[in-house]
Design a protein around this ligand. Structure first.
Ligand code: FAD
Length: 420
């Protein structure tokens, strides 16, 4: 059904969430306008993808393009974590259905990955306007039906649509408009990172893995990239950050790396090849994710924590569900409340599931087995599988959505889902 409004959907933001919603709706012949404030390719952090992303890339029909791009293939995670600070490794294909079906996931350079997804959305018919910044949302009564934006010529314009999707990432345009962003006081960190050349490659069986190593009051990541550089980051608890600072950020970062075990070993011959980046890394979510005429996806809805590299997966998974919901509502507007309630419950459920596990894992004084049993408690209370398998499935991007459906949440639409 074509409505009389100029667009079926307006999407705010062209990151992975916005490109995914846009492409999937355009593939259903919906008229989609996507407004992105930056000019792509643009820099972004968030470079390690879990296998749960792969089914969505397949649904988008972009998986072959992503594979052909040459990103580093990621098969698992190497941890230095837990009571004995030992090194241990998991491979996703030990358990993850997505890894078994599609093979490796990827360590991506986000400017390239995000640009690939945005160009793909455009090729599917999305009207992508870069350097178009949304400055306000427009309501008629309580119904969101458009946005106000500044275009690349600096002119203020308005656009209308049947639905507005907020995919603006941490800018959280709608969340801030309604003032409904709740921060989690237990997960506040400061992230510091840089890119290095000459990092020693991992041994063959761990090659391409992300390294996740605990440090006093925080942790480190080491992520190989396909341009010969390696992304190395340090996440420190915000409550301890001032105490941990020993000189400048740069000298503290260098000292933390030097006192690590596995990361230090890999970095012995390496040279820093970029500036040092730093950001506050607060966990948050919006109290409400939907309403009349609007829906939020990705970081605009909530951000858990970088620890398990779940951001892009959550963003694209929610975007896939959001696209199915909006497509249904464009056909059957009377079902809005029912469908939006389902989206809201599913999304809050899978944000909650990851959050619960991340909080538990942050206590690095536990044993591996304790982490595995915790994952089993979340995913598999009847213990149908081994605890290690449940752990792998959880951190591969097990879709909270399928758990929600299996545990009795009634999908109002024929939601298609694939396990991560
Ligand atoms: C330190 C750190 C490490 C991380 N590591 C990982 C990782 O390893 N793996 C992983 O999967 N995730 C990781 N993440 C999370 C990941 O970066 C995000 O979850 C992911 O980028 C979310 O995608 P998105 O599309 O929702 O938002 P974004 O990718 O942020 O895209 C939002 C887009 O909206 C645009 N925009 C914003 N405001 C407006 C506006 N007013 N008008 C128009 N456009 C606008 C922005 O320019 C941007 O392009 C990490 C995050 C942090 C902080």
């Amino acid at each position: 059904m074509k409505s009389s409004v100029e667009n079926d959907v307006i999407i705010v933001g062209g990151g992975p969430a916005g490109s995914t919603v846009g492409a999937l709706l355009a593939m259903k012949n919906r008229r989609v306008l996507l407004l992105e404030s930056e000019k792509f390719p643009r820099y972004h952090i968030g470079e390690s993808l879990v296998p749960g992303v792969l089914p969505v890339l397949d649904e988008l029909q972009v998986l072959d393009k992503v594979r052909a791009h040459g990103f580093i293939q990621k098969n698992g995670i190497t941890f230095v974590w837990g009571k004995n600070s030992e090194t241990w490794t998991i491979r996703f294909d030990e358990k993850s259905p997505a890894a078994k079906k599609y093979g490796s996931t990827f360590q991506v350079i986000r400017s390239e990955f995000d640009n690939l997804l945005l160009r793909h959305a455009e090729s599917q018919g999305v009207d992508v306007r870069e350097e178009h910044k949304v400055i306000d949302v427009i309501f008629e009564g309580d119904r969101c039906n458009g946005v106000k934006y500044i275009n690349s010529q600096g002119e203020v314009k308005e656009a209308r649509a049947s639905y507005v999707v907020d995919a603006s990432g941490q800018a959280a345009v709608l969340g801030k408009y309604f003032d409904i962003v709740d921060y989690d006081p237990r997960l506040k960190s400061v992230a510091t990172w840089a890119y290095f050349k000459g990092v020693a490659p991992e041994i063959e069986e761990r090659r391409g893995n992300i390294l996740v190593e605990s440090t006093p009051y925080g942790w480190l990541w080491v992520i190989p990239q396909h341009n010969e550089r390696t992304s190395v980051g340090w996440v420190a608890w915000a409550t301890k950050y001032k105490e941990l600072l020993d000189g400048s950020i740069a000298t503290t970062f260098a000292k933390v790396l030097a006192s690590s075990s596995e990361a230090h070993r890999r970095l012995e011959e390496a040279q820093q090849d970029s500036e040092i980046y730093s950001t506050r890394d607060w966990s948050y979510r919006c109290r409400q994710l939907t309403g009349p005429g609007f829906l939020m996806v990705g970081d605009a809805a909530g951000f858990v924590d970088p620890l398990f590299s779940t951001g892009v997966w959550l963003a694209t998974k929610a975007a896939s569900l959001g696209a199915q919901i909006i497509n249904e509502l464009l056909e059957n507007p009377a079902r809005e409340q029912e469908c939006m309630t389902f989206y809201e419950a599913s999304y809050q459920h899978f944000l909650g599931q990851i959050l619960d596990f991340v909080r538990y894992f942050y206590d690095s004084s536990r044993t591996q087995k304790e982490y595995f049993y915790k994952a089993q408690g979340i995913l598999d209370s009847e213990k149908k599988d081994t605890a290690r398998s449940d752990f792998i499935q959880l951190i591969s991007g097990v879709s909270g959505l399928h758990r929600f459906l299996e545990s009795g949440g009634n999908a109002p639409i024929g939601v298609e889902y694939q396990k991560g």
